[in-house]
Design a protein around this ligand. Structure first.
Ligand SMILES: [Zn+2]
Length: 383
């Protein structure tokens, strides 16, 4: 196949690759966006599983420590708790504010000693309420915390933000905000060895669905469905490009083969023609009489005196006939008999009864001339 065609096919293929890439990117963009939420849930569940596993590890560790240091077999350990509630804005919702604090479901007050759990999470529940007849201005907060002995040795701190909204009475629309701080520390510290401290499992924070942000890259990595579509798209687009390329190459090869065949045929025909001509001129081959010359329009002229020799006829400006005799029916314009014939003029019935016939050598001369031109042979019969 020739270079030009080859280049064209390559260019077409490059175009298709670009189109395929744009299609791939556009479709994957849509797919990844559509699968984002799903992936977020999957990631969340994975993180949650890891978190729960880490919680279990901590519980196992706590069980070992409880046994080692002779603590309660149920995993309770007493710690004193201080509770502090601070109002953090100036909006008022009334005067009768009631605070309720519960640790592990038991009401506690500032300064109480509370049984903390080592084999389970500890819950911290706070509620702040403005006491009025409607009883609907209330805010609360719950936290869960799994503690180790070392946490309680050092003292744990839980902070909660609570807002209480007043919807009735003269302070309707006000929202009071509070920060509640629990501090808990063991009365009697447990002397953990440095080995025990080293073995303490790392704590993880509980994952939250809304905090997990997912990029499209992560979707592709995490989501099997998206990957499946990506692979399928790549296969389909590749097959399209390869298929087109294969078909175009095959067509180009076939065209080239036919062209070569034509060239060979022409060369063979030319060779045969040259052989037939055998170095003779067109005149010789067509048997053109010696007294004939051809003008620039390839019209024959003989040695008669008139402009086109004995091929000269006459016509009037608008007449429908041509004449042998000059001046017959006021025909004064000279013209060539063959032109008159091809212009569909009729022979005059007075002076030109016999009409005009084109001699066979003339047609032969014209045919040969065309063939000589076609094969690029000079009139003297040389290639
Ligand atoms: Zn006439």
């Amino acid at each position: 196949m020739d270079e030009k065609r080859k280049k064209q096919i390559l260019w077409a293929m490059m175009h298709r690759i670009v189109i395929a890439l744009i299609l791939l990117i556009a479709i994957m963009y849509l797919v990844l966006n559509a699968r984002k939420e799903n992936t977020q849930k999957t990631v969340y569940e994975e993180l949650l599983q890891k978190f729960e596993a880490s919680q279990n590890e901590i519980i196992m560790y706590n069980r070992r420590m409880a046994k080692k240091y002779g603590l309660s077999s149920k995993g309770y350990i007493p710690a004193s708790v201080t509770i502090n509630a601070k109002k953090t804005n100036s909006e008022s919702i009334g005067n009768e504010i009631i605070h309720l604090y519960k640790i592990n479901g038991v009401s506690v007050f500032d300064g109480d000693v509370v049984q903390f759990r080592l084999f389970n999470t500890n819950t911290f529940f706070s509620e702040i309420r403005e006491s009025d007849p409607s009883n609907d201005d209330v805010g609360n907060s719950v936290d869960e915390r799994l503690c180790t002995i070392s946490d309680l040795n050092d003292g744990i701190v839980i902070k909660q933000n609570i807002s209480v909204h007043e919807s009735h009475g003269k302070r309707a629309g006000n929202t009071a905000t509070y920060t509640v701080t629990y501090r808990a520390v063991l009365n009697k510290k447990i002397p953990l060895s440095s080995q025990d401290l080293r073995e303490e499992p790392k704590k993880q924070t509980r994952p939250e669905l809304k905090n997990i942000s997912i990029t499209r890259g992560q979707v592709l990595k995490q989501d099997g469905y998206s990957r499946y579509i990506a692979v399928a798209l790549i296969i389909v687009l590749s097959l399209w490009i390869i298929g087109k390329y294969t078909r175009e190459t095959a067509t180009a090869r076939e065209d080239y083969r036919l062209e070569q065949k034509k060239k060979q045929q022409f060369a063979a025909e030319k060779a045969a023609f040259i052989k037939k001509v055998a170095g003779k001129t067109i005149r010789e081959l067509a048997n053109v009489p010696c007294n004939i010359v051809f003008n620039e329009r390839n019209l024959p002229i003989d040695n008669n005196d008139a402009r086109y020799g004995s091929f000269t006829v006459y016509r009037s400006k608008s007449g429908a006939c041509f004449h042998r005799k000059k001046g017959c029916c006021s025909a004064h314009y000279e013209t060539h008999a063959f032109i008159a014939k091809s212009s569909r003029l009729n022979p005059c019935t007075k002076c030109c009864r016999e009409g005009i016939s084109i001699p066979p050598w003339y047609q032969e001369y014209l045919n040969l001339k065309q063939e000589y031109i076609k094969y690029g042979i000079a009139e003297n019969g040389k290639d």
